[in-house]
Design a protein. Structure first.
Length: 493
């Protein structure tokens, strides 16, 4: 009597378990399944499972055979598999198996416990895809690439061979399709939203899962009309940005029998749509900013060219040599700032001006303007991997402009000295200092400055400008007259 009662308790314990429990004989044929297993597999009766091979519950048959063979040796197995429900529906399961043995070690059965981890796996996959979408929004070179990559991501989650992104053009009152892939309708032209399914999502502001039957009901009510080829299932979600602003719709559709979208698919697409909408909006704003920056750049460039041309015209009319020189110096300073803006235009952001390239362009121009014999000047520039923002690049460029021009004009006079056969050399160097600051140095091996010239109080406009620019960047400068002239500017970046 006690044995019967204990057997009843065991049976009740198995049937009340939350996880799906299965017992199989030593030949791996199912002997028993509990109620949770019955519900998980969607069977009408437990007898549908009893007597079948355990491998039929596994998607990967070879994997199943390998696991069951290993179970005879290791006695236990724990892992994740893709399991098959009634009708062949797949789901993710965590499977714990152990070999049931007699006291003498003789195997008599196999016990398996299945835990449905589909939700957890899907959430993990969604998290990964959110990261991918965010990454795509940051790295895609243009919106077309972004749309294509988003399509591939959505295809990894649900049937999405037929996919489109629709964006609202409020000025024209139409919906445009910047990206579409469809096996039936090869071209998506702009449409008035009116009674289309896309317009229905925009109007309601809610995701819509529309089967053929639901579409027919809505069509008879005058809510929808056919636009394009009729489909079996259509799933569309609004693309909402900050403040629930709807910028468009993301939609997928199925034409063939045998596939369908579910509420889970709809919820999943809603989950990713916000990220997709924000990514699209961000890229559109960046595209607009790029157009605006291009326009600003061209206006600034034209203004610099205009000012430089005016100075050149005045220079042609002026007879006084000193005035001509002053006008040329002013042109050089304008050109120095123009080159910075040109480099800024080439850069991807305002803190990424290639200082080495900037200085090479600037000094090439100055050599042509001020050196009587450019071939007699040996210029060495040692600036590698130095990038400055515009607030530092312009003052540093103007400092180089003043000091380099000064060296070209005065460091190497024709009567430099009979016994002085040294080559005319100028060195420009820029690097990070030991303390993390920035060092800019320009040096020549010319005649140098007379000892009686006080650099701190000289009336020379060039040195006064260098001092002012150094203060502007909160730096210091040092002068070395030991061999030619060397000026070093140090500042924090």
């Amino acid at each position: 009597m006690a044995d019967i009662k204990m057997e009843n308790i065991k049976n009740r314990a198995f049937d009340s378990a939350v996880d799906a429990v299965l017992l199989a004989d030593i030949a791996d044929n199912v002997l028993y399944v509990n109620d949770a297993f019955h519900k998980l597999w969607g069977c009408d009766d437990k007898c549908e499972i009893v007597g079948k091979p355990v491998t039929e519950l596994w998607k990967e048959k070879e994997e199943a055979l390998t696991v069951l063979a290993g179970l005879r040796i290791k006695k236990t197995w724990l892992g994740e598999i893709t399991a098959l429900k009634k009708g062949g529906t797949e789901f993710d399961a965590r499977l714990a198996m152990n070999l049931v043995e007699e006291p003498d070690g003789t195997p008599i059965a196999v016990m398996a416990i299945f835990t449905d981890i589909t939700t957890r796996k899907r959430f993990d996959r969604l998290q990964e895809l959110m990261f991918r979408i965010s990454e795509e929004a940051s790295t895609s070179q243009n919106l077309d690439n972004l749309y294509k990559n988003i399509h591939e991501i959505v295809k990894s989650l649900i049937p999405a061979d037929n996919f489109y992104i629709a964006l609202c053009d409020e000025k024209k009152g139409v919906v445009e399709f910047p990206y579409s892939v469809d096996e039936k309708d090869l071209e998506y032209k702009p449409i008035k939203p009116d009674k289309s399914r896309t317009g229905y999502v925009i109007e309601t502001g809610r995701p819509q899962l529309i089967s053929g039957e639901i579409f027919e009901e809505l069509r008879q009510k005058g809510i929808l009309e056919h636009v394009g080829t009729p489909c079996k299932y259509w799933l569309g979600v609004p693309l909402k940005t900050t403040g629930d602003n709807i910028i468009g719709v993301l939609a997928v559709q199925i034409y063939n029998e045998g596939q369908a979208y579910t509420e889970d698919d709809k919820n999943m697409l809603v989950y990713v749509s916000t990220q997709i909408a924000m990514a699209i909006q961000r890229r559109r704003e960046e595209a607009r900013k790029e157009v605006m920056l291009n326009e600003i750049h061209h206006r600034v460039k034209n203004n610099f060219n205009f000012i430089s041309s005016l100075l050149e015209l005045h220079g042609r009319r002026v007879k006084d040599r000193l005035v001509k020189e002053h006008l040329q110096v002013a042109q050089d300073r304008i050109h120095s700032m123009a080159v910075v803006h040109e480099e800024l235009y080439r850069s991807e952001n305002l803190s990424d001006i290639d200082f080495g390239r900037y200085i090479r362009v600037l000094t090439d121009s100055l050599l042509g303007s001020h050196a009587a014999n450019p071939d007699e000047i040996i210029l060495t520039i040692n600036i590698k991997n130095v990038f400055l923002d515009i607030e530092k690049a312009i003052p540093c460029g103007l400092i180089i402009n003043e000091l380099f021009t000064n060296a070209l004009k005065y460091a190497f006079p024709p009567d430099r000295g009979g016994s002085d056969t040294r080559r005319n050399e100028i060195f420009i160097k820029s690097y990070r200092g030991d303390a993390g600051g920035f060092v800019l140095s320009i040096k020549d091996n010319g005649v140098g400055l007379p000892e009686d010239v006080d650099v701190e109080n000289t009336p020379s406009l060039g040195f006064r400008i260098v001092r002012l620019l150094t203060r502007q960047i909160h730096g210091t400068f040092e002068v070395d007259r030991s061999s030619g002239l060397a000026v070093t500017v140090k500042f924090e970046t």
